[in-house]
Design a protein around this ligand. Structure first.
Ligand code: GDP
Length: 453
């Protein structure tokens, strides 16, 4: 796709004293460079230049580099101006470039053009944003791998295999007299088995990549006075949550994000789980449900269950109202300082229980270690790449259609149906790399970028 307009943006978060970069891309980028420099720039050479406003007054001295199409980030003619990192000077030079024929770029517009010009696929373009916003070395390395095309290559490999299966099945449909033999060929079944396994594997990696990208999202629930706020405070080690003896102070949802050795962990303290006596409480309960649905992990804080049999947990009101999944929940037995219990960890019926005191801090280390483990801190990040929720959803869809295609063949020898299912698989994989995309999706993705990227 050819863009006739030329865009400009400040491409650095201009810190005083640092280098400021202005990026220009589009059909008149070289012409603008010519006017700024007083001659045509040499491709990929650093020219020392004096940048002036329209009255000839010097804005700044700096470097001008040009990257003629198609060998540039966007695939268009690109010019970069490096000057002093003063926001004022950068804006002055940007205004001059606009005067010379460019317009201000929208957020993510350079990367969007790179995508539309085939320089990056969609998953790679998304990795640019993930790299910039990465909160840990592991996440940055993983985003770099996605940007290098690690994730896209694996998707492409699966896509090729899917097309091969589809061609086979469609050929069988075209030769009805041989259809049954074609469809019963064991190589076809083996192809499906391999595809299924590889898709599952990629889905697992993408889920890990998503977690690496997003961090862990945990929500703290528990009855009033169980010590939720105290626990949150102990973890965050600040006084953001209100701690009080009066039940019902935490009316609203309070969020706090902490960094556990580079892995983001969002704690959400919700309105106490009281009977919905008034509308605010009802709203709190509704939000708690919402938060739990979105969270990776639910921390149930309790003090009353310490002396009870663990098997009675399921009788508890709270658990009836908020059923917990064993692999995505932790039960925190708080206030062990009152019970005289030592801090410890136990797995009961598949659910992890931890005994600690939010007040004295005993057992808190164990909780932090547990959270880090859940956040993937001890996972092997070797070869990991970052992924986004939409990738995981597309892979899940691909997996479901693959299973349906295999079943259509195996159970009913329905070639047409299997071919249609495979077309859906192909579509789902293609959505990840952007082979199939809507303008809405592009808007959603690139609008969340920063200006100048
Ligand atoms: P929330 O309603 O669940 O948020 O509970 P809070 O964090 O406000 O705590 C309720 C009361 O229990 C406060 O008086 C806290 O000081 C107290 N508390 C919280 N954790 C502990 C603990 O581990 N040991 C003791 N002894 N008291 C605690």
């Amino acid at each position: 796709m050819k863009h006739s307009d030329t865009i400009v943006a400040i491409a650095t978060a201009a810190g005083i004293g640092g280098i400021g970069v202005l990026r220009i891309s589009g059909a008149s980028a070289l012409d603008i460079a010519n006017q700024l420099l007083g001659r045509m720039p040499k491709p990929r050479h650093a020219h020392y230049a004096t940048f002036r406003d329209h009255d000839g007054v010097t804005i700044d001295h700096g470097l001008l580099l040009s990257f003629p199409a198609p060998h540039s980030y966007t695939g268009e003619d690109v010019v970069e101006l490096q000057i002093h990192g003063s926001p004022i000077v950068l804006r002055q030079l940007q205004a001059r470039v606009v005067e010379l024929g460019a317009r201000l770029a929208r957020a993510g517009e350079f990367s969007e053009r790179a995508f539309l010009n085939g320089k990056l696929d969609l998953a790679q373009a998304e990795a640019v944003a993930d790299l910039i916003s990465s909160g840990s070395v592991a996440a940055a390395n993983a985003a770099m791998r996605s940007l290098d095309g690690e994730f896209s290559r694996r998707v492409q490999a699966l896509l090729t295999a899917v097309i091969r299966q589809r061609v086979w099945i469609e050929a069988a449909i075209d030769f009805p007299e041989e259809e049954i033999d074609f469809l019963a060929d064991t190589r076809l079944q083996q192809g499906f088995a391999a595809l299924n396994a590889q898709t599952d594997e990629l889905l697992e990696s993408a889920r890990r990549g998503l977690r690496l990208n997003n961090g862990l999202h945990a929500v703290i629930i528990g009855r009033p006075n169980a010590g939720k706020s105290s626990l949150l405070n102990a973890l965050v080690a600040t006084d953001r949550a209100i701690v009080t003896d009066q039940p019902g102070t935490t009316r609203d949802v309070l969020r706090e994000t902490i960094d556990l050795d580079g892995i983001g962990l969002t704690l959400v303290d919700t309105a106490g789980l009281r009977e919905a006596a008034d509308r605010v409480e009802e709203e709190g309960i509704r939000r708690t449900h919402d938060e739990m649905t979105r969270a990776d992990l639910t921390l149930l804080v309790t003090e009353s269950l310490v002396t009870e049999s663990p098997h009675r947990l399921s009788d508890d009101d709270l658990l009836l109202r908020y059923p917990l999944q064993p692999n995505s929940s932790l039960i925190i037995h708080n206030k062990i300082d009152r019970q005289g219990t030592a801090p410890h960890r136990e797995i009961i019926n598949g659910t992890t229980h931890l005994w600690l005191s939010a007040k004295t801090g005993e057992g808190l280390d164990q909780l932090i270690e547990e959270l880090q483990r859940r956040a993937g801190k001890f996972d092997d990040h070797e070869g990991a790449f970052t992924a986004r929720a939409r990738h995981v959803i597309a892979l899940e869809r691909a997996r479901d259609h693959l299973r349906a295609a295999a079943a259509a063949l195996e159970i009913s020898k329905a070639g047409e149906l299997a071919a249609e299912e495979l077309r859906q698989v192909q579509h789902a994989f293609g959505e990840i790399t952007g082979e199939f995309h809507s303008d809405d999706l592009l808007g959603e993705i690139f609008d969340s970028f920063c200006i100048g990227k």
